[in-house]
Design a protein around this ligand. Structure first.
Ligand code: ADP
Ligand code: ASP
Ligand code: MG
Length: 405
């Protein structure tokens, strides 16, 4: 069999009928070069948001299983239309849902993980010289229930298929020309990165560089998938993501911000062993993703414990923490949803003693107060007021990227 290539087209790239026709031409280019294309697509434009909006008009707490039945329809529209566009151009194609692609997932609806892919159907279709058009973002449980992989999850479908089909490469076609040193829509002077390691890309994706789904990067690293991000609107080279670290060239690769987070503070917690354990145990049992944690000793042997979590889980988190507060006799809970996390990312960042001080100096020179700090070998992140997020992003980019290169 010829080499398989996986090409993924995101929402904007298939956002209109014209875009779907243009996508068909990109696919035909690869097919005519002798490759066997497996295509993964997202829902058209803002379809997923519109579906979420409709559900929200009916219920603020819809069953996750029903949400998955609803959200998975977005991608199904695209696969059918793209398949029709390719047929019109005389190519033999077949559209397949996640279940038809053999993508078996866990049952955690709206955030399911891929357990296994039975590629036999796809392989058969490729053997019959058909272009396979797969719906991204979705799978099916062992019981046959439709699941989705979390927002932006089509990238993960693409990389998972590339890994299981041993594809020659996996191209993620999107609405920017590659991975940039900061979101090019927020920082005009951001520069395109030609090459970035899996590790650095994973940090960037986790810290708000929405151009790739973090789990897609994790999978690409685990299975050494040749991953590229490129524009569906041009023929530019894009960004290659791979194994090799390139730290001697530029140790800071990017700056990013995350605005979809909230800060939760549990106020007046008794200062005794086991309290933090109890709080974070109950949060983890309820699958609440906790990020930064900070504890300050206040007065009268009472502590405040603060942490950040995602905005989506705030209702559930509030309920759990309120319960906790009344059980252990703490003073209360404070929620601040106007915060942002701002980060600089690069291999071995903390090996350079100055990085943290330059980071804090830049924020202070711009009158930005730091609410929480966390560091690792590959990043420094601070929680700040979200009204200052853009200012911080631009100035950190200036100091760490523009003034260095
Ligand atoms: P798609 O629908 O193709 O999956 P996404 O909206 O998920 O597209 O991802 C592309 C967007 O990611 C870009 O439009 C850009 O605004 C945003 N983005 C955030 N950070 C970065 C970054 N560091 N480099 C490139 N794009 C970024
Ligand atoms: N359509 C889904 C979303 O908007 C998945 C994706 O586009 O990757 O999140
Ligand atoms: Mg995306």
């Amino acid at each position: 069999m010829n080499s398989i290539v996986v090409l993924k087209f995101g929402g904007t790239s298939v956002g209109t009928i014209e875009r779907i026709k243009a996508t068909a031409e990109k696919i035909i280019e690869q097919k005519n070069k002798g490759f066997l294309p497996v295509i993964v697509v997202s829902a058209m434009g803002s379809t997923t948001n519109e579906l979420l909006g409709m559900a929200n008009q009916i219920s603020h707490n819809p069953k996750p299983r029903e949400m998955d039945v609803l959200l998975s329809t977005g991608e199904q529209i695209t696969i059918a239309l793209l398949s029709m566009a390719l047929s019109e151009r005389g190519y033999d194609t077949i559209s397949l849902t996640g279940a038809q692609c053999g993508i078996i997932t866990s049952s955690s609806h709206q955030n399911a993980r891929i357990d296994n892919i039975d590629t036999s159907r796809i392989i058969n279709e490729l053997k019959n010289d058909r272009i396979v058009i797969a719906a991204g973002f979705q799978g099916v449980t062992g019981n046959g229930d439709i699941t989705t992989l979390g927002r932006g999850g089509s990238d993960t479908t693409a990389v998972a298929l590339a890994a299981s089909l041993k594809a020659k490469w996996c191209d993620i076609y999107t609405d920017v020309s590659g991975v940039y040193s900061a979101d090019p829509r927020k920082v005009e002077s951001a520069t395109k990165i030609d090459y970035i390691s899996y590790d650095e890309m994973l940090e960037m994706a986790k810290l708000g560089a929405g151009v790739l789904h973090p789990r897609a990067v994790e999978l690409a690293r685990a299975y050494s998938v040749n991953l590229r991000v490129r524009s569906s609107f041009s023929n530019e080279e894009g960004t290659v993501i791979g194994m090799k670290n390139n730290m001697e060239k530029a140790y800071i690769r990017g700056v990013s911000s995350q605005d979809d987070i909230v800060r939760v503070s549990v106020v007046g917690v008794p200062d005794e062993p086991g309290i933090a354990f109890k709080l974070f145990k109950v949060l983890s049992e309820n699958h609440i993703r906790v990020d930064m944690i900070i504890q300050n000793l206040n007065h009268n042997l009472l502590n405040d414990i603060s942490f950040t979590t995602t905005i989506e889980s705030i209702n559930k988190t509030k309920e759990i923490v309120e319960n906790f507060v009344s059980k252990i006799g703490a003073e209360g809970i404070k929620i601040n949803d106007s915060v942002s996390k701002i980060s600089v990312i690069g291999t071995g960042i903390m090996g350079y003693g100055e990085t943290a001080s330059i980071f804090f100096k830049t924020l202070s020179e711009n009158g930005i107060n730091i609410q929480m700090i966390s560091t690792s070998e590959t990043r420094i992140s601070c929680i700040i007021d979200n009204a200052s997020s853009q200012l911080a992003l631009k100035n950190l980019h200036k100091v760490f990227i523009e003034n260095v290169s």
